[in-house]
Design a protein around this ligand. Structure first.
Ligand code: NAD
Ligand code: UDP
Length: 319
């Protein structure tokens, strides 16, 4: 296959590039580096089968040659209002990546007769009233909150993807990604994993927003990428949750990271730093992924965290 991966210089996009190249496919990466970094692709420079186009997906996209698949991962992804990389601080760019970027990438897939995979998110469930979240749940999203720039752009993106499938017959897939972590996360994007790990490595108390009773479920990146690939290889057009169902409160997560990193500084509560609309609970129901793809996560949270801590030790040196 020859595949276009948008958001290629980001956390998930760069792992996708590695995975597809490792399977012998050709990859065209595309990114404008708004939250991602050229360093994430440095190891691929000059590699056979890999090419890169620096481009904003919100503008018309031109890719020379044939394409067999388009994977649209370009979008700011961190909700942290305290980070310049957080989508609260990139509101228009986030809406454009989800809306215009999805339109343009679907247009590329249609023109090339390529399969299409949209990176959607558990955020489309909003602050969920159903737990765990199944794909059949429609969500609880405030359309005008500061958080809505991400949530509503992704909901629009899902709707547009289904419209291209139904109206134009594009062979589409939608993956609803739950919190995923691992090496190459942006150290400064303010998400819980880079924040807690860097704080723990620096011997500082971990910044627990709110009372820490909100929950998340964390999936290691290699499991996520495997699930995405299997979804692309399937014939499923409806959304599929990919994530690790092991649910922890933010406080439990802080304690676990301190234990693994050997940090004695504990944690401190920062109620004011919790973002507007921060979901109270989040856990994927992965029955559909198991049934349709035969997929489930294999890497334990502890194992994934150790690998990620090793990465951040090096990243801190060059920060
Ligand atoms: P990331 O910030 O590391 O990567 C996103 C990449 O997209 C960056 O390299 C950024 O520069 C690029 N980008 C953003 N806007 C662009 C534009 N207009 N044109 C070109 N490139 C652009 O984030 P990530 O965690 O790798 O997320 C990747 C995708 O997966 C996003 O679509 C995100 O919504 C989705 N997702 C991620 C998670 C997660 O836990 N990591 C969860 C749910 C959904
Ligand atoms: N969080 C926290 N301290 C931090 C960063 C995040 O307590 O330093 C909390 C945040 O309020 C949220 C959870 O951790 O409840 C996950 O946040 P993240 O930014 O990783 O993304 P989200 O899961 O909300 O998309």
């Amino acid at each position: 296959m020859r595949v276009l991966i948008t958001g290629a210089a980001g956390f998930l996009g760069s792992h996708l590039c590695d995975y597809f190249l490792g399977k012998g496919h050709q990859v065209v990466g595309m990114d404008n580096f708004i939250t991602g970094k050229p360093e994430n692709l440095e190891h691929l420079s000059g590699k056979q089968g890999f090419s890169f186009i620096r481009h904003d997906v919100s503008d018309y996209i031109f890719v020379p040659g044939d394409l067999d698949a388009v994977l649209h991962f370009a979008s700011p992804a961190s909700p942290n209002p305290n980070s310049p990389y957080g989508y609260f601080n990139l509101p228009i760019q986030t809406m454009k990546a989800g809306a215009l970027g999805t339109h343009n990438t679907l247009g590329v897939a249609l023109a090339k007769g390529a399969k299409y995979l949209l990176a959607s998110t558990s955020e489309i469930y909003g602050n969920p009233l159903e737990h765990p979240q199944r794909e059949s749940y429609w969500g609880n999203v405030d359309p005008i909150s500061t958080r809505s720039v991400y949530d509503e752009a992704k909901r629009f993106a899902e709707a547009l993807t289904m419209a291209y499938h139904r109206f134009h017959g594009v062979d589409t897939r939608i993956v609803r990604i739950f919190n995923t972590f691992g090496p190459r996360m942006n150290i400064d994007d303010g998400r819980i994993v880079p924040n807690f790990i860097t704080q723990a490595l620096e011997g500082k108390p971990l910044t627990v927003y709110g009372d820490g009773q909100q929950s998340r479920s964390f999936c290691y990146v290699t499991d996520l990428i495997e699930g995405v690939y299997q979804l692309l290889e399937s014939t499923e057009h409806y959304p599929v949750n990919i994530g690790n169902p092991q649910e922890l409160t933010v406080l439990e997560f802080a304690q676990l990271i301190n234990k693994i990193a050997g940090n004695d500084a504990g944690y401190e509560f920062n109620p004011a730093k919790r973002s507007e609309g921060d979901p109270q609970r989040r856990q994927p129901d992965i029955s559909r992924a198991k049934e349709i793809l035969g997929w489930e996560p294999e890497v334990t949270l502890e194992e994934g965290l150790r690998l990620t801590i090793d990465y951040f030790k090096d990243a801190l040196v060059t920060r």
